[in-house]
Design a protein around this ligand. Structure first.
Ligand code: ATP
Length: 300
């Protein structure tokens, strides 16, 4: 099957800055793909290249099997885009904006958009200029979904949304994919990608360094756990548990890293008079370095 998105050695330089280097990426129909990376990694650059908003220095983009350079207008009609730096007509209300876009896009049925606005608890009667940051983001999300596009390209869609709206957004993304649509979104939060994506690509310094299924990444990702006990414990017990590393202890507190399933570790801790446990997500560089290290030691 022809991939919905395909990039070939896609490269973008701004003067001496390499924003994106030799990106080869494929996103298939019905798939939710999360592009993950820290600030400045090249996520926005990638998404803007896919929308033909900027042109590559080298390489090319194929959308729906067609070269974007020669089929830009037709391809973009089939894409819903939420930009990172959302610009809205501040004098228009939400409804007026959706109607304007409906006319421009030739997709006059706004029923689905109204339903999504309701799910996100967005008041479409307010002028965009009066909306809070989170509500502007909701309006951005609604306009991206509005014409029921085959492909959704969403730049940090959850940014500024409260947890309830994030949940609705993620549900809408999954429903879009379940109905055969395709979604490519960016995020700098692993847990968000884990919740909603089928596959993930990690970008670092303009390079795609990992592409993997989310369930696999989840099963092998590094996590940091800190346990607090009622009284000091012998931390050596933890060092013997498979997947556990970097154990440090300070009296009744034990911190460690664990790869994959935390079940054995938590059970061992629970038997020692556990009072509290906190779990933190290591930053993406740590996850990436750990992932590459283990992959290399696997191959060796
Ligand atoms: P963020 O999460 O901060 O939005 P990002 O992963 O989306 O980051 P990009 O915005 O794609 O990253 O930026 C990638 C690199 O390209 C950065 O070093 C950035 O400073 C640079 N860059 C992006 N746009 C421009 C531009 N118009 N002119 C010069 N450099 C740019």
């Amino acid at each position: 099957m022809t991939p919905v998105v395909r990039t070939e050695r896609l490269t973008k330089r701004y003067g001496h800055t390499s924003a994106l280097r030799d990106l080869d990426l494929e996103v298939r129909e019905g798939e939710v793909f999360g592009l993950l990376g820290p600030n400045g990694a090249g996520k926005t650059t990638t998404l803007r290249l896919l929308l033909d908003l900027i042109r590559p220095t080298r390489g090319r983009v194929l959308l729906f099997g067609q070269d974007l350079a020669s089929h830009s207008v037709g391809a973009r009609r089939r894409v819903g885009y939420l930009p990172g730096n959302l610009a809205l007509y501040d004098d228009l209300t939400g409804v007026e904006l959706l109607k304007l876009l409906a006319g421009l896009r030739g997709h006059r049925d706004v029923t689905a958009a109204l339903r999504l606005a309701e799910r996100l608890e967005l008041d479409l009667g307010r002028r965009a200029g009066e909306l809070s940051k989170g509500n502007r983001q909701k309006l951005g999300v609604v306009q991206a979904f509005q014409h029921e596009p085959d492909l959704l390209v969403l730049d940090e869609p959850a940014s500024g949304l409260d947890p309830l709206a994030q949940r609705e957004l993620h549900a809408a993304v999954r429903e879009h994919a379940a109905a055969g649509g395709t979604v490519l979104f960016s995020s700098h939060v692993l847990s968000e990608v884990e919740q909603v994506a089928d596959r993930v690509g990690i970008l670092l310094d303009g390079r795609l360094v990992v592409v993997d299924r989310v369930d696999h990444l989840k099963a092998t990702a590094l996590r940091a756990l800190t346990f607090t006990f009622a009284a000091p414990v012998d931390a050596e017990v933890f060092e013997r548990i498979p997947g556990v590393r970097e154990v440090t202890s300070n009296g009744a507190t034990v911190a460690c890293h664990v790869v994959g399933d935390v079940g054995d570790l938590v059970r061992a801790a629970a038997g020692l008079g556990l009072v509290n446990v906190t779990s933190a997500e290591p930053d993406l560089e740590e996850i990436f370095l750990d992932y590459v290290e283990r992959r290399e030691s696997h191959v060796a």
